[in-house]
Design a protein around this ligand. Structure first.
Ligand code: TYC
Length: 103
C-alpha cells in the first residue's frame, strides 16, 4: 500500500525494506607539525590503507587542508577519531581528526 511495512496480527511491524545505518566520514585535518611518515602509518594501521594510497591521502591533506581517511558507522568512526588522537598525543603530535555524517 505504499507503506514501508505491514502490521501483523501480533502487532509486529514487518518491514519490506532494509534500513541501513547512517555513515560517517572520518576526516583527517592538516597541521604544520605532525610528521608525514606518522600520518602515513596512521592511515595504514588504523584505516587499513596500502602504503601507496596512504601516501596519496596524506599528501592530499597536506595540500588541501583535509581529506577522508575512511567511512564507517557512527560508533566506529568516533572510536577511530578518539584512538588516533590519543595515539598522536602520546607521540607528541597535534594531529586532529573529526567524524561527520555523509550527505
Ligand atoms: N603538514 C604536515 C607536514 O608538513 C604533514 C601532515 C599531513 C600533517 C597530513 C597532518 O593530516 C596531516 N609535516
Amino acid at each position: 500500500e505504499g507503506r514501508t511495512g505491514t502490521l501483523e496480527r501480533t502487532g509486529t511491524l514487518e518491514r519490506t525494506t532494509t534500513q541501513r545505518p547512517r555513515l560517517y566520514r572520518v576526516l583527517l585535518l592538516n597541521d604544520d607539525y605532525t610528521p608525514m611518515e606518522f600520518v602515513v602509518e596512521v592511515l595504514r594501521s588504523y584505516f587499513r590503507k596500502a602504503e601507496s594510497e596512504a601516501q596519496l591521502i596524506m599528501l592530499a591533506v597536506h595540500h588541501k587542508g583535509q581529506g577522508v581517511a575512511g567511512v564507517y558507522t557512527r560508533d566506529v568512526a568516533e572510536t577511530k577519531v578518539a584512538q588516533v588522537m590519543a595515539h598522536a598525543r602520546q607521540q607528541g603530535h597535534p594531529l586532529r581528526l573529526v567524524a561527520e555524517p555523509e550527505a
